[in-house]
Ligand binder design. Structure first.
Ligand code: C2E
Ligand code: MG
Ligand code: MG
Ligand code: MG
Length: 286
């Protein structure tokens, strides 16, 4: 009986691993082809922007999020293909595609930074991009090429950067912040790092993870974590963005507790560049 079960278990696992290996391999091949074979305008990769709002529901920022519409595999979530791109060494190429695309868009909407409440656009950087020693110089080239000033962009990273032995975050972030780049700590509270980096590193912003926002206003543990994070950010002089705001109840609770930067489906899903521009044009401050 036990032997039988063992056999079944083995067969079950080997099949499921085999399937997912094949899937990952297909994804790798498609990623490689789609990254190399196309010009920026015909690329199956593109960037969408999720607006970030202040307490008066004015757009003050946006998070750039990559999308992939593969001819072979269809639409795939970045939560699936980013880890594969990281594993197979394609994240630098994909990451620079995103940076170049966003800088191009920023330079096209330069006047909107003056005419609207928009302050900056955030770009996600994965740990694998941050550990590449050529990152800073490639970023500098890209910003110079598009004529975009570093203060128009904020880079988001996760706590994983503090757990990677190959990276000295203090050295890297100091170097980058001297150039004028600013940083946000994404998915705050979900990692396993110590809080000491908050006083050692040049970080401008914390993003409270959606998993905590989800429990507002009914889950006491979540509201406790959110209000503690808000007051800690205030005392440390950090901006604080709440992620994944989906209900009026969450919005009102967060604003009442001092969180005045918010992002989520309640206000807007991620939208394409043109739609983002018309949103900003409608909200001109004269
Ligand atoms: P993230 O950086 O934490 O981005 C927030 C994610 O939450 C986005 O998912 C966004 O669409 C989603 N979201 C925002 N508001 C709501 C809401 O109210 N409800 C719900 N259910 N979801 C909401 P997305 O675009 O699928 O991206 C997933 C993750 O993939 C990102 O998490 C980020 O870690 C990664 N990613 C996306 N674009 C890039 C990129 O250009 N470079 C890198 N390195 N990673 C990226
Ligand atoms: Mg402005
Ligand atoms: Mg992010
Ligand atoms: Mg996040």
């Amino acid at each position: 009986q036990a032997k039988e079960m063992g056999k079944n278990t083995f067969r079950f696992y080997s099949e499921s691993i085999g399937e997912s290996m094949a899937e990952r391999f297909k994804m790798e091949v498609a990623l490689r082809n789609d990254l190399s074979a196309s010009t920026p305008s015909s690329s199956p990769f593109f960037v969408v922007y999720q607006p970030q709002y202040n307490a008066k529901k004015q757009v003050v920022g946006a998070e750039a999020l990559v999308r992939w519409s593969s001819a072979e595999l269809g639409f795939i979530s970045p939560a699936k293909f980013i880890p594969v791109a990281e594993e197979v060494g394609l994240i630098d190429e994909l990451g620079m595609f995103v940076v170049n695309r966003v800088l191009h868009d920023i330079s096209n909407m330069a006047s909107l930074f003056e005419k609207s409440t928009l302050d900056h656009v955030s770009i996600n950087l994965s740990i694998k991009q941050l550990t590449n020693p050529t990152l800073t110089s490639r970023l500098l080239n890209a910003f110079q090429h598009e004529g975009v000033s570093p203060d128009k962009v904020r880079f988001e990273f996760t706590e994983s950067v503090f757990l990677d032995n190959a990276l000295n975050p203090k050295a890297l972030f100091s170097e980058m912040s001297e150039i004028g780049f600013t940083f946000a700590l994404d998915d705050f509270g979900t990692g396993f790092s110590s809080l000491s980096y908050l006083k050692d590193l040049p970080i401008s912003e914390l993003k409270i993870d959606k998993t905590f926002v989800d429990g507002i206003p009914n889950e006491e543990s979540d509201t406790t974590i959110c209000s503690a994070t808000i007051s800690m950010a205030q005392k440390l002089g950090l901006q604080l963005v709440a992620e994944g705001v989906e209900t009026e109840g969450q919005f009102d609770w967060l604003v009442a507790h001092g969180c005045n930067l918010l992002q989520g489906y309640l206000m807007s899903q991620p939208i394409e560049y043109k739609e983002f521009v018309s949103l900003l044009e409608k909200s001109h401050v004269d």
